[in-house]
Design a protein around this ligand. Sequence first.
Ligand SMILES: C[S@@+](CC[C@H](N)C(=O)[O-])C[C@H]1O[C@@H](n2cnc3c(N)ncnc32)[C@H](O)[C@@H]1O
Length: 273
Amino acid sequence: MYSNRSFYNKQGYKMISKELFKSDVKYEVEDGKYIFKKLETSDIEDSLDKFKNMLKKYDKFYYWLIKVISPVFVDRSQEKFIESYVSKDKVCINIGSGNSKVSDNVCNVDIFTYDNVDVVCDIENLPFKDNSIDVILNIAVLEHVPNPQKVIDEIHRVLKPDGVVYTAFPFMQGFHASPYDFTRVTEEGIKILHKDFEIMEVKPFGGPTSGMLWVLQEWIAILLSFGSKRLHTIIYILVMCLTFPIKFLDYFLIKHPMAKNIASGFIFIGIKR
Ligand SMILES: C[S@@+](CC[C@H](N)C(=O)[O-])C[C@H]1O[C@@H](n2cnc3c(N)ncnc32)[C@H](O)[C@@H]1O
């Protein structure tokens, strides 16, 4: 069942339609995915990358595990945004989605061909037409691109007037390659990046405990591994499993007016005018 914007698959879930793509871009279709540019492997890896990539195949389990044992406290901000702005009659995409599935009405875009990805491309050059998309999520991805401003400019280009962006960008987090890791932002930094958008909300995510815990876990692993990378990975995982419950203090501390000083990251919600 085609429309000029999107179509539904056999399960009734929304998928991307090729009518949304710019006329001058070339792609291939493989396993139901539109492939513009893909990466097979990366040469930079953080200590947990191999382990994480193995687990990512079990998408529901992986994202549950991350929610529980990662040092970052996750509240309901993202779910609330999806409940408010994502619906069947809108074209919604999640860029840098990984293998996550945040909603059946959100199409996934990533540089790797994970099972749940619909469009495979470099998000610094989105293949979509100007003014073609209603809602764009980008969660924990801008730190992984060399030029985050280019991605935000692309988001602004492809969003329709009154279209909405949801960005989650880290501030106090340890190095984590996916496939690379380049930058962090402050609250002012995330606002400047989105200067062409009307601000609806800017707030910390995670919170100060999450910001402190990630760094502390890394520090303990470095301290106790005596120069061994292998031992560092083992101790890091062990310390993470033992200390993650501390992050739940952020349920309260994220409300502190100074939480932004060492928050794990920031969320920006804005409208294209
Ligand atoms: C840390 S993961 C975040 C995944 C997901 N958004 C989440 O919240 O769990 C970052 C994702 O961005 C993707 N990514 C990194 N650079 C990219 C690029 N230039 N173009 C498209 N995707 C990219 C990676 O492949 C990875 O899946």
